[in-house]
Ligand binder design. Structure first.
Ligand code: ADP
Length: 241
């Protein structure tokens, strides 16, 4: 059975970093819709111009475009072992579409993790973030007195600030998150596979907590399915006697 994970949380919660690590360690496909959009913009794809305008204002790209992008990726063979979604779903309409895609794939449940971080900390993190223009890895802006990193520690690429990581756009992204994406918590809250993680801890602690809650949620589903199949076998035997 595949392991399918949605990593939810506000911009700056660290979900991209955690999604990448978790996907690598478990050999799952990581799908970051923000990265896909940024790559489309770099490649000058026709859909990208409009997306760039919206992203630079901190607004959301339309649901139909995003759902089509994710559907196409999730139907590829390399998604069959499971996936980790970062940045999708961001609206209830996207979440409903994802449920349909997961049901069509019929390959394992959806575990949803909400990574929570207080707003003050999010603004501090985002306004102080640099990313590698080549491989997208994050690097911290230096604190007062420290020298600035000149190149990406991983690939040597140039470090730049994302065009939507200035304070004004960050505040807009957080507002959009409150309005459009937070209602998703209510959409998922009552599922046995919904979990919350404290993203304001040291990265190692966040990793540990994430691994624990995802494994626990997957176990809950496995137990439920095993109980259901025992019940079906017992009911079949009873019907035959
Ligand atoms: P962050 O989580 O830090 O805001 P992302 O890289 O996930 O950054 O997204 C950057 C921008 O890309 C968003 O502000 C939005 O404009 C667009 N975007 C990404 N994913 C989606 C999505 N699922 N639906 C709509 N817009 C999206």
């Amino acid at each position: 059975m595949a392991l399918n994970v949605v990593m939810m949380g506000p911009p700056g919660a660290g979900k991209g970093t955690q999604a990448g690590r978790f996907a690598r360690e478990r050999s799952l496909l990581k799908i970051s819709t923000g990265d896909i959009l940024r790559e489309s913009i770099k490649a000058g794809l026709p859909v990208a111009q409009r997306a760039k305008e919206l992203m630079d204002r901190g607004e959301l790209v339309d649901d139909d475009t995003m759902i089509a992008i994710v559907r196409e990726r999730l139907m590829r063979p390399d998604a069959q072992r499971g996936f980790v979604l970062d940045g999708f779903p961001r609206t209830v309409a996207q979440a409903e579409a994802l449920d349909c895609i997961v049901a069509e794939r019929n390959n394992g449940p959806l575990v949803v993790v909400d990574v929570r971080v207080p707003e003050r900390e999010l603004v501090r993190r985002l306004a102080g973030r640099l990313i590698c223009a080549k491989c997208g890895t994050n690097a911290e802006l230096p604190k007062a007195g420290d020298t600035a990193p000149v190149a990406c520690a991983k690939c040597g690429g140039e470090l730049v600030q994302r065009t939507d990581d200035n304070e004004e756009v960050v505040r807009e992204r957080l507002k959009v998150y409150e309005r459009a994406t937070k209602p998703l918590v209510d959409f998922y809250r009552d599922r046995p596979t919904f979990r919350v993680v404290n993203g304001a801890q040291a990265p190692g602690k966040v990793e540990h907590e994430l691994d624990t809650v995802i494994d626990d949620a997957a176990l809950v589903v496995a137990r439920q399915e095993a109980a259901a199949s025992v019940k079906a076998v017992t009911a079949g035997k009873a019907a035959r006697t």
